[in-house]
Design a protein around this ligand. Structure first.
Ligand SMILES: Cc1cc2nc3c(=O)[nH]c(=O)nc-3n(C[C@H](O)[C@H](O)[C@H](O)COP(=O)(O)OP(=O)(O)OC[C@H]3O[C@@H](n4cnc5c(N)ncnc54)[C@H](O)[C@@H]3O)c2cc1C
Length: 466
């Protein structure tokens, strides 16, 4: 092995991914879109991978600037130049609507092979916010806010956020305590504390209960008001997080913050779940698949180049078994990901099962695969300056938690399966294999995810052999 282990740095993540290219060719993806993906794959494996590694060094992590030199509050997150460049490059690569959903998801999968990197969460949230405004925004909101989200030259590219979780708990959004009061001029003012606020950029969507109502409504909150002054949103502190460290996660307090309601007040929770959170959960699946893929590639490269007992480590039975296990998880997971994209595009009721199921199954599979890859690297697997794996492992556990824990999402899978059309459509993907009826909760989900992957692998076997 050479002195410097380079791993997959410098690869074209798209061109090296043969099943992905085969899928695109089967669905007759337009040539120009495939070319865009090839360019993006090169960007991810090359420039972005290097910039992200630089941005993730302890001394380059985001910092909170509370005041300017004159002592005025600015509540600004300062990102290092490599992080800003990453965000600018990603946003300039066609990652938001109206770029087709499948293309955006493939790009999310590719960029996550660099780890969360301070860009992937920001991308998911900006995508969710753009989708929300496109579907539910007024003409004025679309005109004013979509250009802000799409501007790669703004102060913080990929600038969208979603602040829902509060101190008393994130899983039960209807327990939110933040309040919204209508001011005499017709604008809304928010008060309350949001406890996990990732990527506090120029605009975010948030939840609060309008005065006199027990329902949660949705609001857009800009960091700055029309006259350029700061909105009454104070960043109390940055969280000391162990994963996804490239993007800041903060505690934010609203002290009469000006906000615009989006969608009907009584539909806030439903709109939140169907647009914003749904988009984020699909991104979690894409991101986890990206981590899985990177874990496989790194483990393979390492095992081929590391000599143990006079031969490549890859030839040792235990290592070969580990590699095969990660490869099977990636191949099955990738087919499940393609199936989820298809179901969403076609409005297939199976999507209602697949989205929460992949949120649970794929994020867990990614954590397991990264850990397995670290075992292949052995001691070098935990060295932060040796490979991307330690960073991936910490990002992977966050993917398991945010946007809903396994326990919460398992409930969503079970609920979707109680709907006849969703159950039937999902069961059809299992090719007659029965759903495990002796398990519930997370165990049920993991077993159902494995059954799905196995069935999709069986179906794909003739094509792969050809
Ligand atoms: C790095 C990071 C960044 C984040 N960024 C954001 C962000 O930008 N915006 C945002 O709004 N949130 C964000 N979150 C918060 C995240 O979405 C919540 O942590 C998550 O939704 C769970 O909420 P909680 O942590 O309050 O757990 P709780 O809701 O307190 O859950 C505690 C336990 O109870 C279980 N539980 C809860 N409800 C149920 C149920 N119905 N059935 C069964 N079991 C249940 C959970 O599984 C868990 O084990 C972030 C989290 C992390 C780690």
């Amino acid at each position: 092995m050479s002195q410097e282990y380079e791993g997959a740095s410098g690869w074209n993540f798209f061109l090296e991914d043969e099943p992905l290219r085969r899928w695109l060719s089967a669905r007759k993806a337009p040539h120009d879109a495939v070319q865009r993906l090839a360019d993006f794959g090169e960007l991810c494996g090359g420039r972005l991978d290097a910039l992200i590694a630089e941005a993730q060094r302890d001394e380059n992590l985001p910092a909170l600037e509370r005041y300017d030199r004159w002592g005025n509050r600015v509540d600004f997150i300062r990102y290092c130049p490599p992080q800003l460049e990453v965000r600018r490059l990603v946003l300039s690569s066609g990652v938001l609507p109206p770029v087709p959903f499948w293309e955006r998801m493939v790009k999310a999968y590719l960029v996550n092979q660099c780890g969360e990197g301070g860009a992937a969460c920001a991308l998911a949230m900006t995508d969710g916010l753009a989708s929300l405004i496109e579907r539910h925004g007024s003409p004025e909101q679309k005109k004013r806010w979509l250009p802000v989200l799409q501007d790669p030259g703004g102060p913080t590219p990929l600038t969208g956020g979603q602040f829902v979780t509060e101190k008393q708990g994130g899983s039960v959004v209807s327990d939110n305590e933040a309040r919204a009061i209508r001011a005499p001029d017709g604008t809304w003012r928010l008060t309350g504390l949001k406890w996990f606020c990732s990527n506090p950029g120029e605009l975010w969507v948030t939840t609060a209960k309008p005065e006199g109502s027990s329902s949660v409504a949705l609001f857009l909150v800009p960091r700055r008001l029309k006259d350029g002054s700061l909105n009454a949103c104070h960043i109390l502190r940055l969280k000391d997080i162990c994963g996804t460290r490239g993007k800041a996660t903060a505690e934010v307090e609203y002290r009469g913050a000006e906000a615009e309601m989006i969608g009907r007040a009584s539909h806030g929770l439903a709109i939140l779940m169907r647009t914003v959170i749904r988009t984020s959960r699909v991104h979690v699946a894409a991101g986890s698949l990206g981590a899985l893929r990177r874990a496989l590639v790194e483990a393979r490269l390492y095992a081929q180049s590391r000599t143990v007992l006079g031969r490549p480590a890859a030839e040792l039975p235990g290592v070969a078994k580990s590699l095969a296990k990660i490869e099977a998880a990636w191949r099955g997971g990738q087919l499940a990901f393609f199936e989820m994209i298809r179901a969403i595009e076609e409005d297939d009721p199976a999507a209602e099962v697949l989205i929460p199921l992949l949120k649970v199954g794929m994020s867990r599979a990614a954590s397991d695969a990264v850990r397995e890859a670290q075992m292949v690297f052995a001691g070098n697997g935990i060295l932060r300056d040796f490979s991307i794996l330690p960073r991936l492992s910490q990002d992977a556990v966050v993917q398991e938690i945010w946007e809903g824990t396994h326990a919460v999402l398992s409930g969503h899978v079970e609920k979707a399966l109680r709907r006849g059309d969703s159950r039937k459509a999902f069961s059809a993907l299992l090719d007659g294999a029965p759903l495990p009826d002796d398990l519930d909760g997370e165990e049920f989900c993991l077993a159902a995810f494995e059954a799905l992957c196995r069935s999709l692998l069986r179906r794909a076997a003739p094509a792969r052999a050809a």
